[in-house]
Design a protein around this ligand. Sequence first.
Ligand code: NAD
Length: 409
Amino acid sequence: MDVFDNVKKQLSQINSIMKLSDKEMRLLLTPKRIIEENLEIEMDSGKAKAFQSYRVQYNDARGPTKGGIRYHPNVTLGEVKSLGFWMAIKCAVVDIPYGGAKGGIAVNPKELSEKELERLSRAFIKAIYREIGPMKDIPAPDVYTNAQIMAWMLDEYEKLTGEHSPGVITGKPLELGGSKGRSFATSQGGAYVLREYAKLHNIIPEKTTVAVQGFGNAGSHIAEILEGWGYKIVAVSDSRGGVYDKNGLNIKSLLEHKEKTGAVKGFAAEISNEQLLELDVDILVPAALENQITKENADRIKAKVILELANGPLTPEADDILAKKKTAVLPDVLANAGGVTVSYFEWVQNLYSYYWEEPEILEKLERIMVKSARDIFDSAKKYKTTMRTGAYILAISRILAAEKLRGNL
Ligand code: NAD
């Protein structure tokens, strides 16, 4: 299945409400620039190996394009295009001055040595460095990429261009111009959105159970934050399976266990990923990959609220089924926008060469996330639709307004 079909379906649904012109629809459905390159690197064995890579700069009407780079064996152009589109929507939802982009390499990074990973990351920058830049396109980490990879990429970019340019990439280590708070920004932002929703719907953390799918950056931090706020995290999973305890898991100990053994498995009673998604919990947090809840399992989802920290974890068909069941979906373009918001703060600090302390970052993040959440709740109410559609309507209006002002429509 082509993940971009999801974007097409979402846009045609939005179109039925917004009544967009053919030109507007064409513009929204067409990425501005696609870079595809087969990267050949030398493996430690001395043999050469090739990896397919992509960078999609989807829309830049509102500012330089912005979006992460994913390393995963299943990366396809369709996936990268969709993620680029969602980035454009996301940046417009939180109203930061960026367009949307995404990058990816079809690779299983777990099969590469540290040196091979470095060579691959540098090769990717060599392939795209003319097309990126602090005022052009600004990459960041995504699934299976991290601050170290951003450091190699920054170093390669600066070697090729001959000048220091920390604003070309975000999610960097602090020593190279990273921002305080970036590592947990996505989850912190999602937690603020959930808190706004909880206020309106009388959700009391101490009486509320949560299951989290994925225990990487986004999943582990949200589990920690929500546990700290009094929520009971009863289940967590990663790519090797899940664990469940109806009395609540101790997240700090679980993190230590994962650090030691490489997986959450073995910490408590084991459950499969499918079982985790279908648990009888109040809140479900998908924080792994896309297309996890589909028409096959949507009917069996019992959670009343879904906080989408992952990008695209629900298919459009699942969205429709859940909307009929009145499951509240706090959509990815809002719920995980804290990451790109602190990336934006990182970029601003790089351009200023002046760095903020963590409390300042959190206060600015909270202000943006709370305002964006309220805007989206209001938009959904106004159009009598889901929060996702409410978010898309708001974001698309903002993107099209910028396109009109530029004379592109
Ligand atoms: P990560 O690589 O740190 O973690 C991914 C986690 O998902 C790992 O624990 C992995 O074991 C788990 N996983 C993989 N396949 C799984 C499966 N089939 N079932 C259950 N778990 C599985 O990645 P991340 O940065 O935490 O990103 C997770 C999601 O959040 C992605 O969709 C990403 O696009 C989205 N996101 C992340 C950020 C960020 O700042 N990290 C920002 C916005 C959106």
